[in-house]
Design a protein around this ligand. Structure first.
Ligand SMILES: N[C@@H](CCC(=O)N[C@@H](CS)C(=O)NCC(=O)O)C(=O)O
Length: 233
């Protein structure tokens, strides 16, 4: 059976990683059987989670994993026209390559309170003797990623102002529809649910979360997908 390697469940949400949550949500939306293997990114093929193992092959990066799942199992985007597929890709990039960085900043850099919550969730299972050393080293690495991406060069207010624009755009695009592209879930919904629940539904406090919680359609969307696809949580 297909194995999904991801961080351990915490905070009452499917996963603290938007990308792990995206893949598990895709698997559930597409009714593909899988087993979870809880891990840290150290042994991952690309040094990041999630990755999957299927037919003795390991595959990293949620975008390549989705491409594989579409061809080997089920394509949730079948039937979308070219314009819808273009919107799907554009909004996934907004979520995963832009809004994600503001969310990452809020966890690893914004306040010490958030860092402590994040640290406990990710590294709490490590032996006490190495926990702080590993967590501090990892934090330095992530801060450098945020700086390298460019997000880390802005003030906190600027980072959250950019993130709020994304949330505004997502809310407007969803409107009153059950899913972003109509009345059935597609890859875009797996991606959007993965990040939105990690902004509005976890104990990381920031202006991004506050703003997300003012968008009723997004809050209801996250709640609806959670209830439909994670009745066990
Ligand atoms: N483009 C990748 C991003 C995956 C990613 O950034 N994973 C994070 C967790 S949210 C990670 O494992 N980071 C570890 C690191 O950068 O050291 C995907 O779509 O899967």
């Amino acid at each position: 059976m297909l194995k999904l390697y991801q961080f351990k469940r915490t905070w009452g949400i499917p996963n603290l990683s938007p990308f792990c949550c995206k893949i598990e949500t895709y698997l559930r939306m597409a009714e593909i059987e899988y087993e979870i293997r809880t891990t840290l990114p150290l042994g991952a093929p690309k040094g990041k989670l999630p990755y999957i193992e299927d037919n003795s092959q390991a595959l990293g990066d949620s975008r390549f994993i989705v491409t594989y799942l579409k061809s080997a199992y089920k394509d949730l985007d079948k039937g979308l026209n070219d314009a819808e597929l273009a919107i799907s890709i554009a909004l996934q990039r907004l979520l995963e390559e832009h809004l994600f960085w503001a969310a990452l900043y809020s966890r690893w850099q914004y306040t010490d309170e958030n860092w402590q919550v994040n640290k406990q969730a990710i590294f709490g299972g490590l032996p006490p003797i190495i926990r702080n050393i590993v967590a501090s080293g990892w934090r330095r690495k992530i801060k450098l990623q945020i700086l390298g991406h460019g997000t880390g060069r802005h003030q906190a207010e600027e980072i959250f102002a950019l993130g709020k624009q994304d949330i505004e755009a997502l809310s407007a695009s969803l409107g009153n529809k059950p899913y972003f592209l109509g009345d059935r879930p597609t890859t875009l919904d797996a991606s959007a649910f993965g990040l939105l629940i990690n902004i509005t539904g976890c104990p990381i406090e920031s202006p991004l979360k506050e703003y997300g919680l003012t968008k009723n359609n997004l809050v209801n969307y996250v709640d609806r997908i959670g209830r439909a696809f994670y009745p066990d949580l």
